[in-house]
Design a protein around this ligand. Structure first.
Ligand SMILES: C[S@@+](CC[C@H](N)C(=O)[O-])C[C@H]1O[C@@H](n2cnc3c(N)ncnc32)[C@H](O)[C@@H]1O
Length: 184
């Protein structure tokens, strides 16, 4: 895996969560679909494709990132696209994930609404991002740019996610936030 040291703990947890969820629903669907929002050069998307065997699509608005990502793995689909204006049909994905990208999206609530739209009913959203507030480690700079766990939880409930859970990594600098798309 191409992950930074501070990403390993929560990405490993994310892989485990996805594998457990996949086990629960695999009898109903042959190939589960994961969307990676703000995939950058594709390290999370490639990792999840290898670890879960799901069909992974990564989106990022920066063409140079997507071109680099495409070189990493021909089995993942990478698309130049913004999280706030996706071209996917409603109810397309089983899971949506994002690593260190939500805080960089100019209108994060619009991105969450779009994620909710493209997820299937009871689909799950997993966001790993920096924890806002007080710097915890030397790599945890620019904390004012980041969401507090409480704010992120609020944003997910405001965009129709339920059962929201938050877990911080050991250093308390990154969080994994999970929510389920509310039934219509
Ligand atoms: C810090 S990078 C993280 C990239 C990747 N997830 C990773 O962990 O390597 C943040 C990413 O968010 C992307 N981004 C910025 N605005 C976006 C938007 N509107 N929609 C989707 N991605 C966006 C950037 O292009 C960048 O690739």
């Amino acid at each position: 895996m191409d992950l930074l040291a501070n990403e390993v703990e929560l990405v490993t947890e994310l892989c485990e969560r996805l594998k457990r969820e996949k086990e629960k629903i695999k009898s109903k669907t042959a190939s589960l679909k994961i969307l990676d929002i703000g995939c950058g050069t594709g390290k999370l998307a490639v990792c999840l494709s290898e670890e879960t065997g799901c069909a992974v699509t990564g989106i990022d608005p920066v063409r140079a990132n997507v071109e680099k990502a495409r070189i990493k793995s021909p089995s993942v689909t990478f698309v130049v696209q913004s999280a706030v204006e996706m071209t996917f049909a409603d109810n397309t994905f089983d899971f949506a994930v994002s690593l260190k990208a939500l805080h960089e999206i100019p209108n994060p609530k619009e991105a969450l609404k779009e994620a909710e739209r493209v997820l299937k009913e009871s689909g799950r959203l997993f966001i790993i991002d920096w924890v806002g507030g007080v710097p915890r480690t030397s790599s945890h700079g620019h904390v004012k740019k980041y969401f507090s766990p409480e704010r992120l939880k609020e944003m997910l409930s405001e965009t129709c996610f339920t059962g929201i859970k938050i877990r911080l990594n050991k250093e308390g600098e990154l969080m994994l936030v999970e929510g389920e798309k509310m039934s219509a």
